[in-house]
Design a protein around this ligand. Structure first.
Ligand SMILES: *[C@@H]1O[C@H](CO)[C@@H](O)[C@H](O)[C@H]1NC(C)=O
Ligand SMILES: *[C@@H]1O[C@H](CO)[C@@H](O)[C@H](O)[C@H]1NC(C)=O
Length: 295
């Protein structure tokens, strides 16, 4: 696969193989803007996502069936089979099934087909239309796809979600600014994780990232990253010591804090809860220099 490095964003030192999915569908603009941004920094980013909106389908996985209808936003014609690709951009693929199934096809089929049989080095999901915070996490197909990659396929993964309710088709022109903001933020964090070196994340870990609503006051340069936890953990063992405490703020607390904060929770890919302090510490060490404490 030919990758060009556009001057839009700085080219990263380490260009890697990245598989992308989501639960809003392969033709959702946020996913496509993220793909553009990853490619612009030099990565070989391959999309494999559901043919249509599969929000809320958690970790469901089923062999794709032949489609009768067109894909979402008429992004594929009726009767197009069980999976398919953009005719001129083979790195953009759809699967007529769930987010987890799509991620699996990306890892096992679409990625290796373009990478001389090689596997992806990192998996990313989203940016989701809507947040995936705490009680939303178990139901999210975006989180499900990321957890599948880390747990079943052993590929480090990041789930990105946004405080944004509006969907846009892939070919919306001009691209709304929020789609570019989420793509840039997701790419920034992805590249930070990559720059921290292999292994990119501890075994069986995914990052659950929630981005604040983009606005004039909250653009890609003003967002601050906060290390958080998924569930409150009232009776849990202490978290990694950070920001003067042994209890990380919940991602809900980060979300509710005035300002422009993105939460990064270290998720256990086995059960989508918060990981132990030991694995939090490894991630903290990798991300420390971009992290902020809540006021
Ligand atoms: C996407 O699917 C979810 C879950 O079925 C549903 O709640 C939501 O309304 C759907 N969104 C669109 C735009 O179809
Ligand atoms: C497929 O890719 C072409 C560019 O090569 C683009 O014009 C078209 O909109 C894409 N369609 C979909 C559904 O991705």
């Amino acid at each position: 696969m030919k990758v060009s490095c556009l001057p839009l964003l700085a080219c990263t030192a380490q260009a890697i193989r990245i598989v992308q999915s989501n639960d809003d569908g392969w033709a959702e603009l946020f996913l496509r803007s993220f793909n553009d941004a990853l490619q612009a920094t030099g990565h070989e980013a391959v999309v494999s996502a559901p043919a249509e909106n599969k929000s809320g389908t958690s970790s469901l996985d089923a062999e794709p069936k032949d489609r009768r209808d067109a894909c979402e936003y008429d992004s594929c014609p009726p009767n197009s089979g069980a999976f398919g690709s953009n005719a001129t951009r083979p790195e953009l693929n759809w699967v007529n099934s769930f987010p987890v199934t799509s991620m699996r096809f990306g890892i096992e089929r679409f990625g290796p087909a373009l990478w001389d049989g090689e596997a992806p080095e990192l998996a990313v999901a989203g940016p989701n239309v809507g947040t995936n915070i705490w009680v939303q996490v178990p139901f999210s197909g975006t989180v499900g796809a990321a957890a599948y990659a880390a747990h079943e396929a052993g590929i480090p993964s990041i789930a990105f979600s946004t405080d944004e309710g509006t969907r846009h088709r892939w070919d919306t022109s001009p691209v709304p600014p929020e789609s570019l903001v989420y793509a840039e933020l997701a790419t920034t964090l992805t590249n930070k994780v990559i720059a921290s070196g292999k292994p990119y994340l501890p075994d069986d870990v995914f990052l659950n990232v929630n981005l604040p609503k983009a606005s004039a006051d909250c653009d890609a340069s003003s967002v601050k990253w906060v290390l958080s936890r998924i569930n409150p953990g009232l009776f849990s063992a202490p978290d990694v010591a950070w920001c003067g405490s042994e209890r990380l703020p919940t991602e809900l607390k980060v979300f509710q804090t005035d300002g422009c904060f993105a939460s990064i929770s270290v998720g256990d890919a086995a059960d989508k809860t918060t990981v132990d302090a030991e694995r939090q510490a490894i991630v903290l060490d990798k991300l420390k220099d971009i992290l902020t404490c809540l006021p």
